[in-house]
Design a protein. Structure first.
Lengths: 395, 90
């Protein structure tokens, strides 16, 4: 029967160790190791090695393969002094990890050397409860949830698409939601615009949405812009700094204005549009993918554009398309998954079919192409058969 | 015969049909066949003898402008998707 000291000494003989000086140096190298923190949660909250992954010792065996699927990846395991992590290093070797070292002297020695540390902003107990289903997903986790809380998403329109998108983004804990809409809540909106309600009739949509979203989640701050996006205000509003824009506009002038501005401000746009039973959704990401003008270089002439107000729309359709938009926005914020950039989804609610077509970046695009011909904002007017003001009132 | 998906914004021009069969060796032929049978479609799809700049035509999921344009060959079992810009979001 071995004592603790004997067991520790034996384990340390069997594992590889690395000094904090060497580990720090390797951080800057091409094969930088991934640091695995096996301390208690409160120790992690007080500070950890930048870029480290947290998994307490108690759940190391259960969680590590989800966190680090590649068993050849170089790992450095640490605790506060290098003893608990020695046992964890041994465990990882037994699980087949090929290149694991124990950090000799641990986090205490790291700090003594004056190396950089990260002090995480811990989630409150209420936030841990609220976002518990996110925290359980490796692709989100505590770091992803903090990203969501720090994120700023701008929604164009608090209507059919903006309603479900804003509700899911707020529920997910996106910390700042900007909403632009000049309209007030009308009875004909309530068949699909679920962020509003009967008691809000006549209220500005941005105020109604703000009340609903902030009541849903107190972590969310809603910035209300009760105005129409124009060439006059677009630089001011987009210049306030947004990680992603969710486009649920109801007219061509706004869509083209937003496209040009988002290319120039370098902000990705999650684009959705709906008509009767059919919806389209994609992501326009400046620089890496096509923009709206790569797909449609210019709007149709007014006499051929479908009337905005007369078409009608199945109430649930914006729920589906707007939710896909929220999904894309969350992925962009989290930096996870495959975005819809370069792919346009076409959803048909009558047949319940989903088609996908490829959208390529056009080198001759008038805005994002190699030799742009559009370099300032264009205020298109009267795109719908009805004048814009009337379309807006009827929306 | 190729199958042509008619977008909701153009269905009024084709009697409400969601899909139509059309014949032709190329995308241009298929569109000619359609506009011959449904003349109101002409202004919605064609401009100065070419494809209108506000309409996209996809064959096998690819924009025909990135293939061979109206000259792109069409097989009998091809599906052609017509896709005009659509602005609605509210």
């Amino acid at each position: 029967m071995a004592t603790y000291r004997e067991l520790l000494a034996r384990v340390k003989e069997e594992i590889a160790e690395i000094s904090t000086l060497d580990a720090h140096e390797r951080l800057a190298s091409e094969d930088a190791p991934l640091f695995i923190d096996v301390r208690e949660p409160d120790e992690w909250d007080e500070g950890h090695i930048p870029g480290a992954v947290y998994t307490g010792r108690g759940r190391l065996e259960q969680r590590i393969e989800g966190l680090v699927p590649d068993k050849s990846r170089p790992l450095v395991v640490y605790c506060s002094a290098g003893n608990r992590s020695a046992f964890s290093t041994k465990t990882l070797e037994e699980l087949g990890y090929e290149n694991v070292s124990n950090l000799a002297g641990g986090f205490s020695d790291w700090k003594r050397n004056g190396f950089e540390i990260t002090i995480p902003r811990a989630l409150s107990p209420e936030q841990r409860a609220r976002y518990s289903r996110h925290l359980l997903i490796p692709e989100v986790g505590e770091e992803g949830q903090q990203r969501l809380l720090d994120a700023r998403v701008l929604l164009i329109g608090a209507g059919g698409l903006g309603s479900p998108a804003s509700l899911y983004l707020a529920a997910a804990g996106v910390g700042t939601l900007g909403i632009i809409d000049a309209d007030v809540v009308d009875e004909s909106n309530l068949q699909r615009q679920i962020v509003h309600s009967t008691e809000r009739l006549g209220e500005p949509k941005v105020q109604s949405a703000k009340r609903t979203l902030e009541a849903l989640n107190p972590d969310v701050r809603v910035l209300a812009y009760q105005e129409r996006l124009t060439s006059e205000n677009v630089d001011r509003i987009l210049g306030e700094g947004w990680d992603v824009i969710v486009d649920g506009a109801d007219n061509f002038p706004t869509r083209y204005l937003l496209n040009d501005a988002s290319v120039w401000h370098d902000i990705p746009v999650v684009h959705g549009s709906i008509f009767r039973f059919e919806g389209q959704v994609t992501v326009f990401a400046p620089k890496i993918g096509p923009c709206y003008r790569c797909l449609f270089p210019q709007p149709p002439p007014p006499e051929l554009a479908p009337s905005c107000a007369e078409g009608g729309v199945l109430g649930v359709l914006p729920g589906i398309i707007g939710s896909i938009q929220a999904n894309e926005a969350l992925k962009i914020v989290l930096g996870r998954g495959e975005s819809l950039a370069g792919r346009l989804l076409l959803f048909d609610a009558l047949g319940t079919t989903l088609d996908e077509v490829t959208v390529r970046k056009d080198p001759d695009c008038p805005v994002c192409g190699e030799h742009p011909t559009i370099t300032e904002y264009i205020d298109y007017v009267e795109f719908c058969n009805a004048p814009l003001t009337a379309a807006s009132e009827l929306d | 015969m190729a199958l042509v998906r008619i977008p909701p914004t153009l269905r009024a021009e084709v009697g409400g049909r969601r899909e139509l069969e059309a014949s032709g060796e190329t995308v241009g032929d298929v569109i000619d066949d359609l506009v011959e049978r449904y003349p109101p479609l002409r202004d919605q799809l064609l401009q100065q003898g070419g494809l209108a700049s506000f309409v996209n035509v996809f064959l096998g999921g690819e924009d025909v402008r990135t293939l061979n344009g109206l000259e792109t060959p069409v097989r009998g079992d091809s599906t052609v998707i017509l896709l005009p810009a659509m602005a609605g979001g509210s």
